[in-house]
Ligand binder design. Structure first.
Ligand SMILES: Cc1cc2nc3c(=O)[nH]c(=O)nc-3n(C[C@H](O)[C@H](O)[C@H](O)COP(=O)(O)OP(=O)(O)OC[C@H]3O[C@@H](n4cnc5c(N)ncnc54)[C@H](O)[C@@H]3O)c2cc1C
Length: 533
């Protein structure tokens, strides 16, 4: 396991330039970027695994990822994301492209493939929707996506500007993006088509940010659609290889990465962050304190009450809603991905219901028809899988559901939540296996091991207060919250990760780029692009 156990740590208080709270992709990226600029960084992670939602877990020889199944653009040589990952991992992290049809949306018994490349996808959609009227709508849709492609640049640059400059230039820089982020996805799509099936297919990836088309910001929809336009890729060696390749960069610069290191509070003197107090009472000091724990934790839990009141942080948090929670079914099969003919893709499996809002509205209890299940085959995506895990395969299934369905078990202990809870998990698992066999029937009767997680497990392991998987929900309102940026009202306290940018591995990564730019007061992206050719 990479990193050091907190209790064995013998570091000195004045040894580090920066402390990073949390080791998700947002924490790893900012820590690496600062390290590569000569800063000594101490990363503190409360979980026993480094990586946040990029960590992997193992049971009985099997291994599953918790929050990375595919990333767009990273496999395109010369793309910004490709360069940033190469830089933060010192060229060690590699990516393997998924199948040409990287996402497969299944409605009832009809399959729609999201194929790699804009023109290929356009042609595939037109093949599935042969009416001339639908063809015109599909063309209008792609035109819209192109229109939105670069509108975020000013908006995100503004986040890294010092506050006084942001006050002057912010309104102008945000303008282009807000035109699209203020609109609801479904409303926009209804202006180009009244075909409910087409809308259902175009929004089949809504689970990538966990919000229904009738609620989500159109900017987020378009961002995700554009992100995967050239296909998806998976980290060679699995998602945990992100941390495995970044940690040496931090350590090489004199930094340390600690697990089982639970930060209780940020120490603030005057209005300046000067260190952190750990759960065991130990205090560690550094010039910069960076939080990857998400805005709900940073503003709501990690700052002293007086500081929260001074800056009305609770009022700010009231403007935000948590994103969806999830259940995950982790399956182990005693046969190789090759023998099982597992695809290197994801499925989005829906009932025969193209209206996602209706599908969701009909889902009122754990035993109702699941509106969408996401299936991923990490063992087929990773070219190194068969070397490390010969003769076995891993499958993951994810569903979205509200955290409050689990409220009655909140005060029970992990693995001791009672019979009703276990029954509920079994009911959900049974339904998910049926869904899996609908799309990959050869797996029936082959399952060797399975385990199912709930949002209570997510909360326990990630600290996100509502077990949310994508941080702050991507409604139009989210994009209006100017405080979702690296700078906080407390001097020398910065935020990184998905809440300062948007949800996703790419979003968390670029949150780190923005945060490093704010701290170093320079355009870190330009440095990366100069170094990585
Ligand atoms: C099931 C699932 C599937 C997903 N699939 C994909 C996908 O295929 N592609 C994609 O691009 N994105 C995907 N995502 C989204 C993506 O994983 C996240 O957007 C991203 O990883 C968030 O990174 P982060 O660094 O902002 O936060 P996190 O990864 O949540 O990291 C925050 C870290 O802070 C730590 N922490 C919190 N409080 C403290 C404290 N007090 N002291 C110390 N440490 C603390 C937590 O333990 C955690 O490790 C998925 C997410 C989930 C959950």
């Amino acid at each position: 396991m990479p990193g050091l156990l907190y209790h064995t740590f013998k570091g000195h208080n004045d040894q580090y330039d920066a402390i990073v709270i949390g080791s998700g992709i947002g924490g790893l990226s900012v820590a690496s970027l600062l390290s590569r600029q000569g800063k000594k960084v101490l990363m503190l992670e409360r979980h026993y695994e480094i990586g946040g939602y990029t960590h992997a877990f193992k049971r009985k020889g099997y291994q599953w990822d918790v929050g990375l199944h595919y990333v767009g653009q990273v496999h395109i040589e010369g793309s910004t994301l490709n360069k940033v990952f190469r830089y933060i991992s010192d060229e060690k992290l590699k990516w393997a492209p998924l199948d040409n049809a990287y996402d497969r949306a299944v409605f009832g018994d009809k399959r729609f493939d999201f194929v790699t490349g804009k023109e290929n996808l356009r042609a595939e959609l037109k093949k599935n929707f042969p009416d001339a009227k639908d063809h015109a709508s599909i063309d209008a849709y792609f035109k819209l996506l192109e229109e939105v492609e670069n509108v975020g640049i000013g908006y995100f640059v503004e986040k890294a500007l010092p506050p006084f400059l942001a006050r002057i230039f912010g309104p102008m820089l945000r303008l282009k993006l807000l035109k699209y982020s203020d609109q609801i996805t479904l409303d926009v799509l209804k202006t180009i088509t009244d075909n409910e099936k087409l809308i259902g297919v175009l929004t089949a990836q809504y689970g990538d940010f966990g919000l229904l088309p009738a609620e989500s910001s159109f900017y987020m929809h378009a961002l995700v659609a554009n992100h995967y336009m050239e296909g998806g890729a998976y980290p060679v060696g699995g998602a945990a290889n992100i941390a495995n390749t970044v940690i040496p960069v931090i350590e090489k610069a004199g930094g340390s990465v600690l697990f089982y290191a639970d930060v209780k509070q940020v120490i603030v003197e005057g209005n300046k962050a000067i260190g952190v107090e750990m759960a065991d009472g130990k205090k560690i000091y550094a010039k910069y304190i960076i939080s990857d724990a998400g805005v709900a934790n940073t503003f709501g839990r990690l700052l002293p009450q007086a500081v929260r009141e001074r800056h009305q942080l609770d009022e700010k948090l009231k403007q935000l809603e948590p994103s969806a929670a999830h259940m995950g079914l982790y399956i182990g099969i005693k046969d190789s991905p090759k023998n099982l003919k597992l695809p290197a893709c994801n499925y989005w499996v829906f009932p025969d219901e193209y209206n996602h809002e209706r599908g969701r509205a009909n889902y009122k209890t754990f035993t109702d028809t699941i509106p969408v299940a996401y299936i991923s085959f990490p063992s087929a995506k990773d070219p190194e899988w068969e070397v490390k895990h010969p003769g076995i395969s891993a499958v993951e299934i994810i569903i979205l559901l509200p955290f409050d369905w689990f409220a009655k078990w909140e005060d029970t202990a992990w693995k001791k939540r009672g019979e009703e809870y276990e029954k509920m998990k079994k009911d959900v698992a049974d339904q998910l296996f049926e869904i899996l066999y609908r799309v990959e029937p050869q797996l029936k009767g082959k399952v060797d091991y399975y385990e199912i997680s709930t949002p209570l497990s997510t909360k326990k392991f990630t600290n996100h207060p509502h077990g949310e998987i994508y941080g702050v929900s991507h409604t139009p309102k989210r994009f209006r919250q100017e405080f979702l940026k690296p700078y906080t009202p407390v001097k020398n306290l910065f935020m990184t990760g998905q809440d300062v940018m948007v949800a996703s591995i790419a979003g968390g990564l670029m949150g780190g780029v923005l945060c490093a730019s704010a701290i170093l007061k320079k355009d870190v992206l330009s440095t990366i692009k100069r170094v990585i050719t």
